[in-house]
Design a protein around this ligand. Structure first.
Ligand code: FES
Ligand SMILES: [Fe+2]
Length: 425
């Protein structure tokens, strides 16, 4: 297939024929998907504007009036909590002349006030006044009559609320969905809700948040996360605590890719995942396992018995990603630790080290993909079934193919070492 492909090819099923093959025969997603501005624009509209997109952790919007401005598919959205403590999301655009209401993060007492002409909206998005005269208002009392709009014609303030966006909370993540027709988040998560229920992820609290600017497409970060083929060469420290032959497929039905390491080996001089005390409610194999999930479209969830790490890969234009890494801990671990801050620092240092190794390699892949001589590569079935699943989910969403992929018959399947592949089926 000669590159670059014309933009109209991106919405044709035959363009993806080699990736649609069973993994044993398949090739990777077309390289233009990682470099083309036209593909990026389509992906924003057809994937990100139609999916449940993770945007933050609950602690970033814990209190009523605490807000965070996020961008999904190019739309600016305010995520907040109302006075009753319920999550709310609205398009960050004033209903008067369209000014952006809020920037960044912050906390308001009762309402958002537009910086342009002071129209105000409460935490449920209801338009309160035009402008609102409150005890805190800057408008002198003797001038307020000039702003009174009581006699305005054909204007119903009840219809002037902020445009709402669907919002949901699951575990330690908050999601928004721009499309009213997308099925519920539970439908998308599939069996993950049940599979991770024992970890009580909703009780985890934010301990560290770090941002990384990456010169690579968000999909490369995901694909790199979900295959451990590169471990010996890219992560000499990580492979000591997460040995190749301790990896298992752990794949149920849902819009995700899952695998696990069991057992996690002890920390080495290069660091590791142990240190902070584990929670007591995670028992048996799970107490010694690391579970890794790439939840479609763009977040990695790493779950261990003593901490959780999220990698949120936010697309930032073609070939660029603004990644946010969150480290979360459970109050029980913190209570049992004699020096939790030092333990968290050493966990975060280890993740930072591993993440920088990954960033270095995905940026090299991004550079390679810009060369039109590269036309896509053959999947390595033993390690890259995960990438195959993800790329096919992406193609499905891009082309509007509904549904959630099924899982394996067996809950876990060893992935490395000599084996007869027929044993898996
Ligand atoms: S644009 Fe918001 S009040 Fe005028
Ligand atoms: Fe890696």
């Amino acid at each position: 297939m000669k590159r670059p492909l014309p933009a109209d090819a991106f919405l044709r099923e035959e363009t993806y024929a080699k990736t649609r093959l069973p993994v044993d025969f398949a090739s990777t997603l077309i390289p233009d998907a990682y470099v083309s501005p036209e593909f990026h624009a389509l992906e924003q509209e057809r994937v990100f504007a139609k999916s449940w997109v993770p945007v933050c952790v609950p602690d970033e919007v814990r209190e009523p009036g605490q807000f965070l401005v996020v961008e999904v598919a190019g739309r600016s959205i305010i995520v907040t909590r109302n006075q009753a403590g319920e999550l709310r999301a609205h398009h960050n655009v004033c209903r008067h002349r369209g000014a952006r209401l809020c920037e960044g993060t912050g906390k308001v007492k009762r309402f958002f006030s537009c910086p342009y002409h002071a129209w105000a909206y409460d935490l449920d998005g209801t338009c309160l006044g035009t402008p609102l005269f409150t005890p805190e208002s800057d408008v002198p009392v003797d001038q307020r009559a000039a702003f009174d709009m009581a006699d305005i014609k054909a204007f119903d303030i009840a219809e002037m609320g902020l445009h709402p966006v669907r919002v949901a909370e699951w575990g330690c993540l908050v999601f928004v969905c721009l499309d009213p027709d997308t099925p519920s988040i539970e439908h998308e998560l599939g069996d993950l809700v049940e599979q991770l229920a024992g970890y009580r992820l909703d009780e985890y609290r934010l301990a560290r948040r770090v941002e990384y600017d990456i010169n690579a497409d968000w999909k490369l970060i995901g694909e790199n996360f979900m295959e451990y083929y590169h471990l010996p060469w890219v992560h000499p420290g990580l492979v000591k605590i997460s040995p190749m032959d301790s990896h298992y497929r752990w794949q149920g039905a849902g819009m995700y890719v899952g695998f696990c390491t069991w057992p996690i080996a002890a920390n080495t001089d290069d660091g590791g995942w142990k240190g902070l005390p584990p929670v007591t409610f995670v028992q048996g194999q799970d107490a010694e396992a690391a579970r890794f999930i790439w939840l479609f479209p763009n977040v990695a969830i790493n779950v261990m018995a003593n901490h959780v790490v999220l990698l949120l890969a936010v697309p930032d234009g073609p070939g660029r990603t603004a990644e946010v890494v969150y480290l979360l801990t459970h109050p029980e671990s913190i209570a049992q630790s004699t020096d939790s801050e030092a333990e968290i620092d050493s966990l975060m240092n280890f993740w930072d080290e591993v993440n920088k190794e990954d960033i270095g390699i995905v940026e090299r892949v991004q550079d390679g993909l810009r060369n039109p001589a590269y036309e896509g590569g053959r999947m390595c079935y033993r390690f890259e079934d995960s990438c195959h699943r993800f790329q096919n989910m992406l193609i499905d969403r891009l082309l509007g193919v509904p549904g959630v992929p099924p899982g394996d018959d067996e809950e876990t399947v060893r992935m490395f070492g000599p084996r007869d592949r027929s044993e898996q089926t």
